[in-house]
Design a protein. Structure first.
Lengths: 184, 184
């Protein structure tokens, strides 16, 4: 960022008094712009032993497969966000279940949250952000064409847990930052 | 927000093409400024049946009691954020345990995440954001002077779960928005 969102003057990186990290601080009004991780929320919708997957129509990873997921909006719960993304990307009405996985995607400054979900009726279609949507049997999941590592993690845990007959939650971290940034 | 963080020109509220919500869009360069919920992360540190509480030295809720918690930073995991907040606010080195609660604080556009934690040694002191820090027996928790409803929720679930000998996670939503905003 280059300019203050409040007054429009240039910002510069500085450590505010009492803080320990560098922030974008306005050179005119002093407003401090904090940057925090953003929540991406999705679910693994199941219908009769098959999983609803979307092939992405947008970048990043256009053409690759994922579960319905996207940025959480203000004013909604995590469960509402997960259900909304299924409605938008797969035109599917899902019932959100238990917490499946929380994945820290450190290089992207995101936290991905996945829920288990049920798709009661096999009604779905590609929303504007999807090229196609399909109900896929576990053995047919296109593992080499999954869009994101967090999605891969969530899908694998989903299937393992289902085989084990349990619904635990899983934490995971993915870090593709250049080495120097790890130290801080 | 009033000005574009990229080019400094004025922004106006508009629904971008393909979107369904109003965003701050730059009138000059077209940059879209998304606003998303921020993560607040904390823990309930326990040492020999007592819980580490901090009395806040800063607004909001100066003078009221809370568990160590604060905004998650980029580049850290939820667990690291929770441990860091304990180090900063209570000068306490804690071991983060299981997920305790996720609270949607809808009016504040925040998601609060709480973990169970152990404080192995009774070493702590007030950090710059605390007036005092204390190890408090469950019967002595100052329920009328707890700073936030999310903290109250997390503390009560913590104690109930401990009594029951289980460590489940809990979802909860707090919504103090004016009624009109609920509809959307």
């Amino acid at each position: 960022m280059n300019f203050c969102e409040k007054c429009g003057a240039p910002v510069q990186l500085a450590v505010p008094a009492g803080d320990h990290l560098s922030r974008h601080v306005c050179t005119a009004c002093g407003h401090i712009h904090y940057r925090n991780p953003r929540l991406v929320v999705g679910c693994v919708p199941e219908h009769e032993q098959r999983i609803l997957l979307c092939r992405r129509a947008i970048e990043p990873r256009r053409g690759y497969w994922t579960v319905p997921a996207g940025f959480m909006e203000n004013g909604e719960t995590l469960q509402q966000a997960a259900a909304r993304e299924s409605a938008e990307e797969a035109l599917a009405e899902v019932t959100i279940g238990s917490l499946l996985a929380i994945v820290h995607v450190l290089h992207a400054e995101q936290v991905h949250v996945f829920f288990r979900a049920q798709l009661p009726a096999a009604r779905f279609a590609a929303g504007p952000e999807s090229l196609e949507v399909a109900l896929v049997a576990p053995r047919d999941i296109p593992w080499d064409d999954i869009a994101f590592r967090s999605t891969d993690f969530a899908l694998r845990r989903y299937l393992e847990d289902k085989a084990a007959g349990a619904e635990p939650y899983h934490f995971h971290s993915i870090d593709q930052r250049p080495r120097a940034e790890h130290a801080g």
